[in-house]
Design a protein around this ligand. Structure first.
Ligand SMILES: Cc1cc2nc3c(=O)[nH]c(=O)nc-3n(C[C@H](O)[C@H](O)[C@H](O)COP(=O)(O)O)c2cc1C
Length: 345
């Protein structure tokens, strides 16, 4: 699997998720079998680049290659500048967001709203490709199947994008109108794959190794991208990798292994965010991990009151040690996939 001239380790991708797929989480996913991970969206608005939030998002220190940054915006020249800015900061691949359904993004004609204005969408693709070409940086595009059931134009847009020099398209099998409701469909992904020569990535509701295999087979996609199913369960990548390689399902990880991964993730997380912010923003990752497990809901409520890194680490360690007393491997209970995006107002 290649994106332009860049060879990837495999065809399992971690999805960009604002507020989730920061550098520590991307690193964790890569460590556990994702061949590629796209950063959270970075705005094309220059006035926000110096904000702490955006500068953290553009910090790739120590990240395993290839470093991929997603940009979002509505103005072709600004998007080209944003691409150049992120390349200066280490981006090796630039991804254009045409899939985000959030109102605050769409009302300004960014994200999936761009799918409704194909001329502007392709103008942006042209400008970003032109800005990246001198640096030999491939440009990719992430989109939904269309704006609504009656405006499903993913195939037309993908063909236009390929002609504009886009190196890969990812399709989330829902329309903008659906938000995260209903189920993802993969027929449109298959139709996109049949219409273009560049790699196509299938995304949406892939939450088990078997489903990963089915989606790859039914769409002919070159890769799959996983978002919500990796929240609190980043080892899904190694489970899928094993299944695709052997046809067998791996047993759940040992409790001690999962504990080690989460504690290492917390350490990385605190280093990026510092204590005050880090303790709070780590709560969601801990919560996702424990939520559906025995005693997880009570632990989560208790853990949400902790305000220091040392106490959070100790509490997580104790909780896993108690879990290990019940059995060697992680219980398989799963939480229902979240159906809302915090950016959806
Ligand atoms: C919390 C959250 C934040 C997201 N942020 C982004 C984003 O910044 N850029 C983007 O292209 N998609 C974003 N998405 C969409 C995901 O990349 C993905 O397309 C979607 O969740 C469907 O895949 P899944 O069913 O595997 O989660 C986000 C999704 C979630 C749940």
């Amino acid at each position: 699997m290649r994106i332009g001239h860049i060879q990837l380790a495999n065809r399992l991708f971690a999805a960009p998720m604002a507020g989730v797929t920061d550098r520590p989480f991307r690193q964790l996913c890569k460590r556990l079998g994702a061949g590629y991970a796209v950063s959270e969206m970075v705005t094309s608005r220059k006035d926000l680049w110096s904000s702490l939030k955006t500068s953290r998002r553009a910090d790739h220190a120590g990240e395993a290659a290839p470093i991929s940054v997603q940009i979002a915006g509505t103005d072709a020249a600004m998007m080209a500048e944003a691409a150049a800015y992120n390349i200066e900061r280490g981006a090796q691949i630039i991804d254009i967001n045409m899939g985000c359904p959030a109102k605050k993004v769409c009302s300004k004609w960014a994200g999936s709203a761009l799918m409704r204005d194909e001329t502007l969408a392709l103008e942006i693709a042209d400008a970003v490709v032109a800005a990246c070409a001198p640096h030999d940086v491939p440009v990719t595009l992430k989109m939904r199947t269309g704006w609504s059931a009656s405006e499903r134009n993913a195939v037309r847009l993908a063909v236009g994008a390929e002609n504009a020099g886009i190196a890969m398209v990812t399709v989330h099998g829902r329309t903008r109108e659906q938000g995260y409701k209903g189920t993802a469909e993969y027929d449109t992904v298959a139709a996109v794959k049949a219409a273009v020569r560049i790699p196509v990535v299938a995304n949406g509701d892939i939450d088990t190794p078997a489903k990963a295999g089915e989606v790859l087979a039914s769409t002919g996609a070159d890769a799959i991208m996983i978002g919500r199913a990796a929240q609190g369960r980043p080892w899904i990548f190694r489970e899928i990798a094993h299944y695709l390689d052997t046809g067998d399902e791996l047993p759940p990880p040992e409790v001690d292994e999962a504990k080690g991964w989460l504690l290492a993730h917390l350490d990385d997380h605190y280093r990026l965010y510092g204590e005050a912010t880090g303790v709070r923003s780590a709560r969601k990752h801990i919560g996702w991990t424990v939520q559906a497990l025995p005693g997880g809901a009570e632990f989560r409520a208790r853990m949400n009151l902790i305000e220091t890194c040392a106490q959070q680490v100790a509490a997580v360690g104790d909780w896993f040690d108690e879990l290990a007393d019940r059995g060697e491997r992680m219980p398989t209970a799963r939480r229902a996939p979240p159906t809302s995006d915090p950016m959806l107002q």
